[in-house]
Design a protein around this ligand. Structure first.
Ligand code: PLP
Length: 440
């Protein structure tokens, strides 16, 4: 018996090593990491430059508590991160993961509003469905019933508006009226809740696991920014998954040019080499908080020099190998190939995403977009079949809880055309088997 446990009983083989886009188990089987783990391993596995930077840092120090020492590694990564961030967002607070990055963002927002005399504001509006993390603060703004319902009595659940899933509502994502339609739901919600009680709005610029790479409709991001400004509400971009280059721009929101007040990032920021994340905030907000007694929040491992040295080397690899441009180019190719599968499989209802943050969704009827029968457990079965075919993909149920299945296909940003071809072959074999088994 293993003494270790995670969410469910689904044992997988022991991992031996990872290399580039591949992972190998101890039985010698090779898997193409078609989801970069959980959209984490953005530059692939065992990158020699990152490992060398980690070894060099390990020879110096692996820990210096932030109240006792500054470290060159954390200073250098903070400077680099600020340079990569939108104008005005130049203060960086390191954490060890996405949930911590979101918690930090929520608390920074609250403390800033307290500092400027707007203490009545505490509600953070978010979207349904959405995923912002597993800790109770991040969970309170998460819109995904199976995760939130068991803990509802333990947290202050926050107001939600629908995510802009135009493909389910039969609306055209390229029509600016669609963007306005969904964005204006934020304004209605603010009015309903009372603007003087609303602190912030949080969204994933390109959706992650909860929506399956949802891309906002034309005009949505811009209108959201306008509404936040009009009601003096802070805008938080949760770029835990979409940040770091995977979408074909360093920040997901760069596709629309909108600037938030706070950003959270993790996953690809540590790239699977180290637990690393950050909350990046507007300089004037941070100053206001520091002047009124300091930020009442922090984690012991924050700014760990080993993690920061790895993070800095990872950004260096992205830049020197033009991996963001590669993600854009390979993403276009992969998306076109995935769309091509819709000719072969009538039960693929939608293909969406940006760069290498891509997903497809299975439906029983492409016109009504009704999900597949829940009993088929497609979200589990197709992943298992693909795994047996040597291809790792990532799935979630998508409709806020109990049915609907989507699959993220998000290989490392180093992938080339051969890798894309291999993904398509593995996926086709897996979909054929799934279709035969499910009688589709
Ligand atoms: N925010 C988003 C958008 C995510 O996708 C995730 C994880 O999937 C999180 C937050 C939470 O990150 P972590 O699992 O590192 O705590």
């Amino acid at each position: 018996m293993s003494h270790l446990f995670y969410q469910s009983k689904s044992p997988r083989p022991f991992l031996e090593r990872g290399e580039g886009i591949y992972m190998y188990d101890v039985n010698g089987r090779r898997y193409l990491d078609g989801s970069s783990g959980a959209m984490v391993s953005n530059i692939g596995h065992s990158n020699p430059a990152v490992l060398a930077a980690m070894r060099a840092q390990m020879d110096k120090s692996t820990f210096g508590y932030r109240l006792h020492f500054q470290t060159e590694a954390s200073e250098a990564l903070a400077t680099k991160t600020a340079e990569l961030s939108p104008r005005g967002l130049d203060r960086v607070f390191f954490v060890s993961g996405g949930s911590e990055a979101v918690e930090s963002a929520l608390k920074m927002a609250r403390q800033y509003k307290l500092a400027i005399g707007q203490g009545s504001r505490f509600k953070v509006i978010s979207r349904m469905p959405s995923y912002h993390g597993s800790t109770l603060g991040a969970l309170a703004v998460t819109g995904y019933d199976p995760l939130t319902v068991p803990f509802a009595p333990m947290m202050h659940e926050m107001p939600k508006i629908p995510a802009p899933r135009a493909y389910l509502d039969g609306l055209d994502i390229n029509d600016p009226a669609t963007g306005l339609h969904y964005a204006n739901m934020l304004e209605q919600k603010i009015i309903e809740e009372g603007p003087e009680t609303v602190l912030a709005f949080i969204l994933e610029p390109v959706g992650g696991a909860s929506t399956g790479a949802l891309v906002p409709p034309a005009g949505y991001m811009q209108r959201i920014r306008e509404i936040c400004d009009a009601y003096d509400i802070l805008l938080i971009h949760d770029e835990v998954m979409s940040g770091g280059g995977r979408t074909g721009k360093f920040w997901g929101a760069d596709h629309w040019g909108t600037v938030p007040d706070i950003i959270s990032i993790s996953k690809g920021f540590g790239g699977g080499y180290v637990p690393l994340g950050a909350m990046i905030a507007r300089g004037d907000m941070v100053e206001a908080v520091l002047e009124t007694g300091g930020f009442q929040h922090g984690h012991t491992y924050a700014g760990n020099p080993l993690a920061c040295a790895a993070g800095l080397a990872l950004i260096g690899e992205i830049e020197s190998n033009n991996l963001i441009a590669n993600a854009a180019c390979m993403g276009d190719l992969l998306k076109a190939r995935l769309k091509g599968l819709m000719n072969r499989y009538p039960f693929i209802g939608d293909v969406r995403g940006k760069g290498l943050l891509l997903a497809f969704e299975l439906v029983s009827d492409r016109v009504t977009m009704e999900p597949l029968a829940a009993g088929l457990s497609a979200y589990q079965r197709l992943v298992d079949i693909a795994y047996d075919e040597g291809l790792i993909i990532y799935s979630r149920r998508t409709r806020g809880g109990l049915n609907g299945d989507h699959f993220l296909v998000c290989p490392p940003m180093i992938i080339g055309e051969d890798g894309i071809e291999e993904i398509m072959q593995g996926l086709t074999r897996a979909l054929d088997k799934f279709a035969a088994e499910a009688g589709l």
